[in-house]
Design a protein around this ligand. Sequence first.
Ligand code: ZN
Length: 198
Amino acid sequence: MEYYSKQISNLIAELSSLPGIGAKSAQRLAFHILNMPEEEVGRLSSVMVEARHNVHYCKHCFSLTDDEVCPICANPARDHKTIMVVEDTRDLAAYEKTGKYTGVYHVLHGAISPMQGIGPADIKLKELIQRLQDEVDEVIIATNSSLEGETTAMYISKLIKPSGIKVSRIASGVPVGGDLEYIDEVTLLRALEGRTEL
Ligand code: ZN
């Protein structure tokens, strides 16, 4: 990229480090930004910096929020005795889009993966077990159907079962290795309705 001056090259390099942005898209975005009015660029960058600064984990479910408690946990109309366990906040968003799930969530921020050296202590598992001190009727495990997701589901069910709390797993039918966020709403609902007790 030696035909671009240093600051343009830097901008392209930063943009191309983002997921899903190849060299071509990074160039297109860079020139788009350079053609934007300066105050618009300022707004874009400050929205990013502020979101990064203020967004943290909900103290109950560990989804991302800029409040102390996320809107779902703060909603008294939700069924707080049913907890759906998901790998990340995007999976939560996928289920919320169906508009049919009325319980609350627990976001693990990952899955157990011995291959990648990710153990139970590296995800928000201890925090899930702590939540079970409150009155809970059912824990629905909705981790992905990848090897890591299945390993995590097995681990959680073994951990919770002795407590007598009902543990269920969403139905397969969700493609193997499929990230929940890419699965359509009908399939997600079917997987939820067809869940089986572990
Ligand atoms: Zn929450």
